[in-house]
Design a protein around this ligand. Sequence first.
Ligand SMILES: *[C@@H]1O[C@H](CO)[C@@H](O)[C@H](O)[C@H]1NC(C)=O
Ligand SMILES: *[C@@H]1O[C@H](CO)[C@@H](O)[C@H](O)[C@H]1NC(C)=O
Ligand SMILES: *[C@@H]1O[C@H](CO)[C@@H](O)[C@H](O)[C@H]1NC(C)=O
Ligand SMILES: *[C@@H]1O[C@H](CO)[C@@H](O)[C@H](O)[C@H]1NC(C)=O
Ligand SMILES: *[C@@H]1O[C@H](CO)[C@@H](O)[C@H](O)[C@H]1NC(C)=O
Length: 176
Amino acid sequence: MVSTTALSVLAALLLLAAAGAPASAAEKETRLRVYWHDVVSGGPNATAVQVAEAPSSNASATGFGSVVVIDNSLTDGPNLTSRLLGRAQGVYVSAGKDNLSLFVAMNFVFIDGEYNGSSIAIIGPNRADPAVREMPVVGGTGVFRFARGYCQLRTHWFDAKTGDATVEYKIHLRHD
Ligand SMILES: *[C@@H]1O[C@H](CO)[C@@H](O)[C@H](O)[C@H]1NC(C)=O
Ligand SMILES: *[C@@H]1O[C@H](CO)[C@@H](O)[C@H](O)[C@H]1NC(C)=O
Ligand SMILES: *[C@@H]1O[C@H](CO)[C@@H](O)[C@H](O)[C@H]1NC(C)=O
Ligand SMILES: *[C@@H]1O[C@H](CO)[C@@H](O)[C@H](O)[C@H]1NC(C)=O
Ligand SMILES: *[C@@H]1O[C@H](CO)[C@@H](O)[C@H](O)[C@H]1NC(C)=O
């Protein structure tokens, strides 16, 4: 038998725990859309540079093992000349041996607009074939503290000759 005293102590502890818990009612929801410009061509103008590849990458159709470091522009419209909202800084790695699939780890660092000074962290898989890909948002800073959510990616434009691409990111976040 659990005594009445034990139950009331438990109830008091639960109340204390509830008081200390984060106010989930105050949680905000934000949806945003940016365009991510992967510029691998243009020599010194490139914002995506391959820094490593597997010794046997010539034998892999997917470039398995290649590592690309990016400082890509994030704009509010699909054109590279659209308003610059921030930069996508991080890496992507060709992580699929038989199918083209990237491991992506990057921060979206906002430098203009209503999110200036804030950032979100995205880590996830990015397969080449589906028209819509999804990656998780695992955290954030500034107005995006405690952020979690996901982004949906659609290729807006791709130049097969240069490898340059523009990808639309629709981002859905919950945060403090
Ligand atoms: C780099 O960008 C500048 C300024 O937009 C342009 O004039 C130049 O032609 C570009 N260089 C290359 C190699 O594309
Ligand atoms: C890959 O490159 C290495 C070294 O350059 C070469 O010995 C090998 O034959 C190449 N393999 C293929 C499949 O092209
Ligand atoms: C971006 O805008 C410039 C100038 O307005 C235009 O010449 C170019 O074709 C546009 N690029 C794309 C990919 O829409
Ligand atoms: C890789 O692609 C092939 C052919 O498109 C497909 O049959 C296979 O299921 C894919 N494998 C994975 C792990 O997605
Ligand atoms: C963005 O924030 C930085 C640092 O707070 C500030 O210096 C800069 O002027 C801001 N940019 C815009 C366009 O508001």
